[in-house]
Design a protein around this ligand. Sequence first.
Ligand SMILES: [Fe+2]
Ligand SMILES: [Fe+2]
Length: 248
Amino acid sequence: MHSSSSRSRPLAPNSGAPAPGVADATTAGHVTFESVRDHPRVRIYVRSADQALAEIGYTEHGERHVGLVAHIAFNVLKRLGHPEREAELAAIAGYLHDIGNAVNRDHHAQTSAVMAMQLLADMGMPDVEIVQVMGAIGNHHENDGDPVSPVAAAVILADKSDVHRTRVRNPDMIRFDIHDRVNYAVERSFLNVDEGAKRITLELTVDTAISQVMEYFEIFMTRMVASRKAAKYLGTSFGLTVNGNRLT
Ligand SMILES: [Fe+2]
Ligand SMILES: [Fe+2]
């Protein structure tokens, strides 16, 4: 929906056309988040991607994960005063960001982006929005991705914040690897967006009897670096709290 709120970002001056991602003059004809989430092809892609990752021993990447990433990415941009449509594009990118795992874990960000392009074009999304979504999806991975737009930054922050007990598929603790242990130890994770202080904080509640905080850093350092970069792109700082203690 078009927003006349003073908190919305201004359109690009003298462009004669809406800036990328802010084509929010009307919601009529927009490809909505719900229509993407409920598309039969998307259901198959998301479930197949999760199944493929289950086969190779990865944590949960199904409807719970991508639904959460979509929700958080939307909220990050909304809370920071970005236009509604831009936040919705972040939600769509968040929901589709891992579908490429159905093809291969390697380069899945880029594969997901190309799969999303075909889907969204078939659904009638304009190219100016499709490239926004593709850029965000293709840059979500911490090893080879960068916050190239607000939509991309929001998806990075949302994806990296999903660390939680429910992502561990095999409850047999004796067979846990370090990823399972760290995920299982996290009883609560919440991405707190403080728009007033311009600060985004990942708040974790960790059972240190299961995993030491050092283990968290061992495997999540690159994620934290990616989150800090994304937060900076959005004009905010990034912080981490574990059991109420601020670590960064
Ligand atoms: Fe991914
Ligand atoms: Fe993901």
